[in-house]
Design a protein around this ligand. Structure first.
Ligand code: ADP
Ligand code: MG
Ligand code: MG
Length: 210
């Protein structure tokens, strides 16, 4: 599918389904190294997003959809992830403002702005065992795919696969940001819940484009 407003809506519908399906798993990951609410936070946020998609005008472009997602997540998710994902989607919206259809370069701009927004807000670096460990390889893989001439849906596929590997890569790490940072070495061997939810979000983006 072309990466237009319908794609952005389909992305968010898919993200809603994924957060619902993985709610217990994300709760369990966050119970291991946090306070056990990440699955609840994300499913509540995307329930609200799904309920609001119908309020958008029929000609809404991707930036319009992303902006609605940002404001909805900020007001419904709470915790660390609400403002971080809210900022990500707000910056992503700004990066593709006014575009009715995204090409591969626009996908890279969207992902880069999202990642940079999370860093601006949360100050995490790669290797700190946060969602940044999924976003950063996704940005790099998307950028590499564009350089190799991939079409926009293949760019999203590359980003999603890299985010999945990035989420897995958090398992051996000690955390330096967020609640898991209080655990020291006890965080080792556990996957970061926010990195996993990022992988689900980007997989939903790729599936909506396929
Ligand atoms: P809370 O920790 O407030 O309960 P959530 O459980 O919803 O919030 O989200 C936790 C996730 O937020 C972590 O798994 C991590 O990926 C992410 N996170 C926490 N702090 C930061 C930060 N400073 N920068 C980036 N991501 C962070
Ligand atoms: Mg939590
Ligand atoms: Mg919490």
């Amino acid at each position: 599918m072309a990466l237009n407003g319908d794609w952005a809506r389909a992305w968010m519908t898919g993200a809603h389904e994924s957060m619902t399906a993985h709610r217990s798993q994300l709760i369990s990951l966050d119970r291991d190294i946090g306070d056990g609410d990440h699955g609840e936070n994300m499913s509540r946020g995307f329930d609200a997003v799904a309920a609001k998609l119908g309020d958008l005008p029929a000609d809404a472009n991707p930036a319009d959809v992303l902006k609605l997602v940002a404001t909805t997540l900020i007001s419904t998710v709470g915790g660390a992830a609400g403002p971080l994902y809210g900022t990500a989607f707000l910056k992503a919206s700004g990066a593709v403002a006014g575009q009715d259809e995204l090409d591969g370069g626009a996908v890279v701009a969207l992902l880069t702005a999202a990642r940079d927004g999370i860093v601006l807000r949360g100050k995490a670096e790669p290797g700190d065992k946060t969602m940044i460990d999924a976003w950063t390889p996704a940005v790099d893989a998307a950028d590499a795919a564009v350089s190799e001439g991939a079409d926009p849906s293949a760019v999203l596929e590359a980003a999603a696969s890299a985010a999945e590997a990035g989420a897995e890569s958090t398992e051996p790490l000690v955390a330096h940001k967020g609640r898991a940072s209080y655990l020291g070495d006890r965080a080792i061997g556990h996957r970061d819940p926010g990195a996993q939810s990022t992988a689900y979000l980007l997989r939903a983006a790729a599936e909506a484009a396929a």
